[in-house]
Design a protein around this ligand. Structure first.
Ligand SMILES: CC(C)(COP(=O)(O)OP(=O)(O)OC[C@H]1O[C@@H](n2cnc3c(N)ncnc32)[C@H](O)[C@@H]1OP(=O)(O)O)[C@@H](O)C(=O)NCCC(=O)NCCS
Length: 218
């Protein structure tokens, strides 16, 4: 498989984009970008509800602790234009992508504070489906990822992903992700991810994808 270099394939030359690991005090801003950017993803609609305002509040309450979890157990990358954060990618390091009981409880309590128990049940089923599909071998778990809508299709998502994948390649590690949008599966394919399986999670079509470690692909 031919792996791409870090140069973006999209015309973003008029945008000077800085990609860097975010510090702890930047995590609330990262969670806000992710809440805005992933509000309409089908799995979020399924778990957090059809009403956009309820969904925004519930998703935000979930993504706040999730981003903190990813930061403590991996890397949170940010894309900045003129100092403004406009895109975020989280990557969880091997062995950490199935949160321990204490972390699951923390997620559950924050969700319960703004949502009915049915949301908690859906959330639990969602996490269980993720865990069931996870490969047993050590892997980096990619996500969440979002770019603000007004900055999309300018190569920023690709730049974030290439930055993350370069880090993973340096470690000769493999990567795994799931996505609830077919168009995203095509995007990830161009970054070296292969489709492992496609199956519904809570009735939502979901694509599970794997990127082999750099040493096994040459
Ligand atoms: C996925 C996402 C991060 C890509 O960011 P981006 O900065 O637009 O990405 P790039 O400009 O580098 O690449 C664009 C590619 O994204 C894919 N894509 C994803 N959603 C798309 C959409 N609604 N329309 C067109 N292309 C889309 C296409 O493959 C596109 O490639 P193309 O421009 O060659 O057709 C962004 O679309 C996003 O934030 N989506 C909503 C949240 C989400 O789905 N996150 C991923 C969860 S797994």
């Amino acid at each position: 498989m031919t792996r791409q270099s870090a140069s973006p394939s999209h015309a973003d030359d008029e945008l000077s984009v800085d990609i860097r690991a975010l510090a702890f005090d930047e995590l609330p801003a990262a969670a806000a970008i992710l809440t805005h950017g992933m509000l309409n993803n089908p799995l979020h609609v399924k778990v957090f509800g059809a009403d956009p305002e309820h969904r925004r509040r519930r998703l935000s309450r979930f993504l706040g602790p999730l981003v903190t979890y990813v930061h403590s157990n991996g890397v949170v990358l940010g894309a900045c234009v003129q100092g403004e954060l406009i895109g975020v990618l989280g990557m969880i390091k091997p062995g950490r992508c199935r949160p321990m009981l204490a972390d699951r409880l923390r997620f559950a309590l924050t969700i319960l504070a703004s949502a009915p128990p049915t949301t908690l049940l859906l959330f639990h089923l969602w996490l269980s489906a993720r865990a069931r599909n996870d490969p047993d071998e050590p892997h980096w778990h990619i996500g969440p990822l979002a770019v603000l809508p007004e900055y999309r299709r300018r190569g920023i998502g690709r730049r974030l992903m290439l930055h993350g994948c370069q880090h993973i390649d340096t470690l000769e590690a493999s990567a795994w992700l799931e996505t609830d949008l077919e168009i995203n599966a095509g995007f990830y394919r161009t970054l070296g991810f292969d489709l492992v399986r496609q199956e519904p999670v809570l009735g939502v079509p979901t694509w599970f994808m794997y990127r082999a470690s750099a040493d096994t692909t040459g």
